[in-house]
Design a protein around this ligand. Structure first.
Ligand SMILES: [Zn+2]
Length: 574
């Protein structure tokens, strides 16, 4: 029945287009009805699934020379849901089917959406943006920017309307070990196309601030990127959204004071007394999509749209997300030459810094959120506690962070009379990030030939790896582990790991690997390979890297005067 109704309204639309064309003296063949997004097609009564994404991209690509679509990966099949392609849409004034075709005088912006499958408006808004760039009023932006869009990185999660992917993984905590195919696809695209700007689209809980964007926060990422993000891009977005009456604030995370839950570790629920809350900007962790691309000196962002995770509000929340993404892209396009110069300059500078290995230019392995004496408090607006968000008859009982599981029990009926808004003063405000452990960047690291699991992960992250072609003895530093207390949970750094560096003459064998630090991953490689890193592979049980006390950490720091004689290992790009 529904199908028949839709078909007849389509026929009416076609007839209308024909009549308009006839009136304008055009051949009807030149006129096509405007393409609706899948969500518009369904009147926002259903979440868009992978099949509809494929049909939509096919229809858009058939009429848009500026659009090239490819497959960036494929999810794994499960008993309940088959494998699905993960698409990459490339929109460029000079069409680009491959990275070499891109006009690099313009900034390239990568949008990734719906890593968390139940954050549905992220994907719907990305498809809307894609349509308007390909066939709508945003098309003129393609004169200034190249746009890459991965609208649905977690088709399984979208289908089941759950946060995790088909392996049960939280994809936005998987950007170091890369077990999720959707995450591998993101890094494949990033490495191949090397965009100057990235933004990862999510949903947070219901919130007065309908749109929030966060920028990079890991202290290894050059400070001018964070500064430009706030001073230019976020300010532009805030201004544009104000004009549309959409409340905006930089993305904030609320946690219990003294607790950091960003690692993604599944810790047992602790029974504690009530604690005070603190607020900070988004995580410094590198297993998060934003910093994992930001650490390559990228203007990297996360957008979080307010959400009650129900179909009733899908249209409204998709519109907020779209407005944020549109304002974001317009800001980047408005500063296009500056963006190319800023990012290009910092990427070149990182290579110089890594080559010169100055003592005063360390890599930060641990950091903490810190107060700002100049800004001890933060003033915000929020929905009155216990009051309603407008429109629908129920509200979240507690504020839920992005993508946390929301069940019926989390909702309470909204009191009549609509939403009240009140001021909030945040007393525990931690806007800064302060390094607490740093090391000098070595010339490189030595990884044993048997550790293909490590090397393949590095390659998938876009880290360049070399290989020794003959046995040799090289100058190196080995870490002797003086004390170690392993972590209680996967994804967490050892509770204690004390090390002492010893200069050694290290025998290397043909087939051993060398990870040089003079490369775009100059900051990422030490963060991944140092034993005391809070961002390292040592955190993930699958790598089994935590040594015994008294033992040696198996990755060595290469200290030879000259770069060792190695050949590139699997240097070909995806
Ligand atoms: Zn999310």
């Amino acid at each position: 029945m529904k199908r028949a109704i839709r078909a007849s309204s389509f026929a009416l639309a076609m007839a209308g287009a024909f009549l308009q064309a006839a009136a304008a003296g055009q051949s009807p063949r030149q006129v096509r009805p405007p393409i609706k997004t899948p969500a518009e097609e369904a009147n926002y009564l259903a979440y868009t699934q992978a099949e509809a994404v494929a049909s939509f991209l096919s229809a858009l690509a058939a009429r848009t020379p500026e659009l090239r679509v490819s497959t960036a990966g494929r999810t794994l099949p499960t008993g309940e849901y088959g494998a699905r392609d993960i698409f990459l849409a490339v929109l460029a004034g000079r069409p680009a089917a491959a990275p070499a075709d891109l006009d690099r005088s313009k900034p390239t912006v990568l949008f990734t959406a719906a890593q968390h499958g139940n954050e549905q408006s992220a994907k719907e808004a990305a498809l809307w943006l894609l349509r308007d760039l390909a066939a709508g009023d945003l098309k003129p932006l393609l004169a200034k920017v190249n746009v890459l869009i991965m609208p649905q990185t977690n088709p399984y999660g979208n289908f089941r309307d759950v946060r995790a992917n088909e392996l049960g993984l939280d994809m936005n905590r998987d950007h170091v070990k890369l077990e999720a195919e959707g995450v591998r696809a993101i890094h494949r695209v990033f490495t191949a196309w090397r965009p100057e700007v990235t933004i990862d689209v999510h949903e947070k809980g219901d919130d007065y601030y309908r749109v929030s964007i966060g920028c990079v926060s890991n202290a290894n990422i050059a400070a001018p990127l964070q500064d430009f993000s706030r001073r230019v891009v976020l300010a532009d977005v805030e201004r544009a959204l104000k004009g549309k009456n959409i409340a905006f604030f930089e993305y904030l995370v609320t946690e219990e004071l003294g607790v950091d839950t960003s690692s993604g570790a599944a810790r047992p629920e602790e029974r504690r007394g009530p604690r005070e809350e603190m607020k900070r900007y988004s995580t410094t962790d590198l297993n998060d999509g934003r910093n994992s691309l930001g650490v390559f000196e990228t203007l990297s962002f996360i957008q979080e749209g307010a959400s009650r995770h129900d179909l009733e509000t899908l249209k409204a929340r998709t519109a907020w997300q779209y407005s944020g993404l549109r304002a974001f892209l317009e800001s980047v396009a408005g500063h296009a030459p500056e963006v190319v110069k800023l990012v290009g300059g910092l990427r070149a500078r990182l290579l110089q810094r890594a080559a010169s290995r100055a003592d005063n230019d360390p890599v930060h392995l641990r950091m903490e959120y810190a107060r700002d004496p100049a800004a001890p408090e933060l003033r915000l607006r929020r929905f009155a506690r216990g009051a309603a968000a407008p429109a629908a008859g129920r509200v979240l009982r507690v504020d839920k962070k992005a993508g946390e599981t929301v069940t019926a029990a989390d909702f309470v009926p909204a009191p009549p009379g609509g939403a009240g808004v009140e001021d909030e003063v945040v007393k525990h405000w931690f806007p800064n990030v302060r390094p607490t452990l740093s090391v000098t960047r070595p010339r490189g690291y030595i990884v044993r030939g048997g550790r293909l699991d490590i090397v393949e992960t590095l390659l998938a992250l876009g880290v360049e790896v070399g290989m020794f072609e003959r046995d040799a003895v090289v100058e190196a530093e080995a870490y002797e582990v003086t004390a170690v207390v392993p972590s209680a949970a996967d994804y967490e750094a050892p509770a204690t790991i004390d090390v002492a560096a010893r200069a050694v003459k290290a025998p290397v064998k043909k087939g051993d690997f060398y990870v040089g630090c003079v490369q775009p991953a100059a900051n990422l490689a030490p963060c991944l390979l140092e034993p005391q890193s809070a961002y390292g592979l040592v955190r993930y049980w699958k790598f089994n890297l935590v040594p015994e006390a008294g033992g040696l950490f198996e990755v060595l720091r290469y200290t030879g005067k000259d770069a060792p004689a190695v050949i590139p290992y699997r240097p070909w790009r995806p």
